[in-house]
Design a protein around this ligand. Sequence first.
Ligand SMILES: O=C(O)CCC(=O)C(=O)O
Length: 230
Amino acid sequence: MESMNGELFPRERTVIAPGAVHVPDWLGAGRQGELLAACRAWARPPAGLRTVRTPGGGVMTARQVCLGLHWYPYGYARTAVDGDGAPVKPMPPWLAELGREAVTAAYGVPPGSGSGSEPGSEPGESYDIALINFYAGDSRMGMHRDAEERSSAPVVSLSLGDTCVFRFGNTASRGRPYQDVELRSGDLFVFGEASRRAYHGVPKVLPGTGPRELGLTGRLNITLRVGGLG
Ligand SMILES: O=C(O)CCC(=O)C(=O)O
């Protein structure tokens, strides 16, 4: 018998590497719609969606908007220093809470719960940064590490819209070994512990694969991070 989304076998929670966990279909259709509506509001100026240029002269094909702190290559600021210069929009408490729930869903324990075995964040640390990347058409993202945060709390990644190939690698280099994981609308991916500084990227987005009822052309990815930046 097929599951509701047409799969012959339901996709299951999978540990991709130590501390790196894929939880398919974590966000239901209603929550995806709410998150998309919020992303559309955050994308508007001031400090809205922008094109990111790297110091080496490269241009990122995914466009980005930030909450809490503004990421630029390669640091964090309180204003959109490589955009319109406006103050970054605040991180809403409900999104920080979603980050905590996501870690609990991935690892089975909330962040900072004190068992000693759980990854990353200290008690009291909360998700205070969101990076929202919008992939239109054939946008992609090269292999990189999320390295500007001072906290070792896990990164929480939420996907909306078109399916992508997410490449999850190792901490030593951009090359092999890596694993390719299909991230679909509503999927959660958490990487912390030994995988917190692993290289990762998006080699491919598959246009037209998102759920029609969501009403998004392209793909959105939201990563929630603990900055530890004071
Ligand atoms: O779009 C994705 O799934 C990954 C985004 C990413 O790597 C990042 O924001 O650092």
